[in-house]
Structure formats: C-alpha cells, structure tokens
Design a protein around this ligand. Structure first.
Ligand code: C5P
Length: 254
C-alpha cells in the first residue's frame, strides 16, 4: 500500500488511544525473570520510579496469571507481551481473558492478518478494561535472508510498514517498533497510533544483546509514546534511581 494511502486512512473506531502525558507513565519496566518472587523484588526496588511493568512469556509461562494479578492488585499497570498469533476467534478469546485479568496493554502479531487484528481490537474494545492492543511487526531478530525464508520478498523495513498499516486498519491501538523504525512509522502512520519502543539504553549503559539502540531522549524525540527498558533498570545497583533517571530524560525530551 502506498504511504499516502496509509496516512489518509481514518483512525479506527475501536481501541483506546491512550497517550500518556506524565513522563513516569511512559516508562515500561521489562520483568524478564522466571518467578513472581524475583518480579516482586524488582517492583519493590523500583518503587515509585515506574508505574508500568511488562510481563512476557518467561514469567507468564512459569507463574501464570498470578504474575499479572499480583502487579494489578498492587496498583501497577501491566503490559502483557505474549504476542498472540492464532485464528481470529482464538485471539479474541485470549484478548478478552487478558483484559479480564486487568492488563492495560497487550501484544499480537500483525502477521496474523487484518481479520485477526480486527478481532483482537474489537475484543479489547468490548471489555470493561479496554486494554491497548499493540501489534508486533517484524521481529528485530530477523534479517532480510530470514524473512525471505518465510516467503517475504523485499526489505524488512517495507514489511514493517506494511504490517504496521495493517495493524492500523485493523483497529489496533498501536505498534511495537525498534528505535530505528520509530521516526519512519510516525511519519507514515500519523499521530493517532501508539508506538512502544524497546531497545532503549541511557547514554553510557551496556548494550547487552541489543544491537541498534537509542537513548530515551532520542526514542521520545523520534515519536515513541512508551519505552520498554529492562536490564538498564533491573541490573542497576539502585533500580529506583535508574528508573527515575530515565523518567527525567523522558521529561526533558518532550
Ligand atoms: O533488557 P532490555 O532493555 O534489552 O529488555 C528489552 C525488552 O524488550 C525485553 O523484554 C525484550 O524481549 C523486549 N523486546 C526487545 N526488542 C524487540 C521486541 C521486544 O528488546 N524488538
């Protein structure tokens, strides 16, 4: 689809477009741990430094819904990153179950197609909680050759734009995008789509296995609404300070 055609699409009628105004609400701390006990230790140490936590496959598979309930009942917001990818009816059911658990944001794979994306967005909009449905486009671990193995010809970047536009048309609240994709997606998709960006590293922090990174200020200036940060916070001696410093950088960039 041509860029101008994507930009002229009306914002979808479904999905909550929650764009946070407070800097502390724009930071999502990734709980990449294997137990609720470890998660609680991190949440306790971060304290007031962050309000939102990402629960991914490792913690969810190990501990189940209790990992989410524990956070929600303590007043935290939860980003459930399970990347649903299945037939529309099954994904809609999973989205409803996640919404009923009290999550605020969740992920689906845009490669599931427009019917699946719409089913996810409509299922979320029909719940009391109305979590944001965020679409993952091309996994950043996949290069051009690997993408080609799956039958996708063309550059990963083109596929990212194609899938992000599908997500928008399907009524999703937004997308998950790496720092290097943010500016281009913001330009093409306009301001109504939420962009959540991992791969963020404060200046001077270890990159870990992240290859293409941006500082919090760079990602925010490029158009990200939320930043997902794991190890720079969870590996810090003072997790609360690490989180507050990032929130300070976000506040200074808007
Ligand atoms: O520790 P770090 O800050 O690298 O954690 C980033 C989080 O974001 C991890 O949970 C990781 O799985 C997730 N993520 C990512 N890159 C993507 C998508 C998700 O790092 N492209």
């Amino acid at each position: 689809m041509a860029d101008d055609k994507i930009a002229s699409q009306k914002p979808p009628a479904t999905g909550a477009f929650l764009v946070p105004t407070r800097a502390e609400d724009r930071l999502i701390v990734a709980l990449d741990v294997a137990s609720v006990a470890e998660a609680q230790r991190i949440v306790g140490a971060v304290g007031e430094g962050a309000t939102t936590y990402k629960v991914g496959k490792q913690l969810f598979v190990a501990e189940g819904p209790r990992a989410v309930r524990d956070l929600v009942s303590s007043g935290r917001r939860v980003f459930l990153d399970l990347k649903f990818h299945d037939i529309p009816n099954t994904v809609a059911g999973a989205v409803k179950a996640a919404a009923d658990l009290g999550v605020s944001m969740l992920t689906v794979h845009a490669a599931g197609g427009s019917k699946m994306l719409r089913a996810a967005a409509e299922a979320a909009a029909a719940t009391k909680n109305q979590p944001m449905v965020l679409a993952v486009t091309v996994l950043t671990s996949m290069g051009q050759a690997e993408l080609q193995e799956t039958g996708v010809v063309g550059k990963p970047q083109e596929q990212v734009v194609r899938l992000a536009s599908l997500a928008r048309i399907g009524g999703c609240s937004g997308v998950v995008a790496s720092p290097e994709e943010v500016a281009e997606l913001r330009r093409i998709l306009g301001s109504n789509l939420v962009i959540v960006t991992p791969g963020v590293r404060p200046a001077g922090a270890a990159k870990g296995d992240q290859k293409r990174v941006a500082t919090p200020a760079e990602a925010i200036k490029a158009g990200a609404n939320y930043l997902v940060v794991g190890r720079p916070i969870t590996g810090a001696a003072d997790m609360g300070k690490a989180a507050r410093d990032i929130v300070g950088e976000i506040a200074g960039a808007v």
